[in-house]
Design a protein around this ligand. Structure first.
Ligand code: CTP
Ligand code: MG
Ligand code: K
Length: 188
């Protein structure tokens, strides 16, 4: 299927897109499992609503960033083998990107919570569109600041298109799964 002239079922492009985004995909799921404890906003409110809410905790955020960074490290280690097996050239994460990706993902998710609270959405409320792409936007923004050349080389137009099209599906599927496994309170 072509979108903007990009074949989103091109196996190589799909693999590169998912590989490059994995350190940004995993932190949110880790936070769901590891979350709990003190909220980042410390219970503070603004105009009667929480700044971020109880769904954004220190534990979840720190665990998410740590696991995302370790995952990037792990992907670098298996890069050569995976590239051989999959028969595609896979990107290697520079050290700054190993942190920028998961940190950006968590900050994007946090930014969305901030917006939800400002627009009267309570903890757990859905914010279609924002929920599925908030972490992608911030992850790519931080990554492009941390390693501009690497970002341009890795996220070519076809890869970027696949990321924007495929991420919402992956996000919805994982969250549905987490919900069915009893890990998450809402299926989105
Ligand atoms: N979580 C966390 N820290 C984060 C992100 C998530 O501890 N930085 C945990 C929380 O337990 C949260 C759960 O993961 O409830 C699900 O994450 P998410 O859906 O992003 O949060 P919501 O509870 O839906 O809250 P919000 O409405 O603010 O998005
Ligand atoms: Mg939620
Ligand atoms: K969210």
């Amino acid at each position: 299927m072509d979108i903007l002239g990009v074949d989103i079922f091109d196996f190589g492009v799909l693999i590169v897109a998912v590989w490059a985004m994995l350190p940004a995909y995993v932190p949110n799921n880790v936070a769901v499992v590891a979350g709990g404890g003190a909220p980042i906003d410390g219970g503070r409110t603004w105009n009667g609503e929480r700044l971020l809410g109880d769904g954004k905790t220190w534990r979840g955020t720190i665990a998410g960033v740590a696991v995302g960074a370790l995952l990037a490290l792990g992907l670098n280690i298996i890069n050569g083998t995976a590239a051989d097996v999959l028969n595609v050239s896979l990107p290697e994460f520079p050290a700054t990107v190993m942190v920028a990706m998961p940190l950006g993902a968590m900050l994007g998710d946090m930014g969305a919570s901030f917006l939800k609270r400002r627009t009267g959405r309570q903890r757990g409320a859905a914010f279609p569109g924002v929920d599925q792409l908030d972490f992608v936007v911030m992850a790519l923004l931080l990554t492009s600041i941390a390693a501009p050349e690497w970002t341009l080389e890795t996220f070519t137009l076809p890869v970027l298109t696949v990321v924007v099209v495929v991420t919402p599906f992956l996000h919805l599927t994982t969250n549905m799964l987490a919900y069915m496994l009893g890990l998450k309170n809402e299926p989105w």
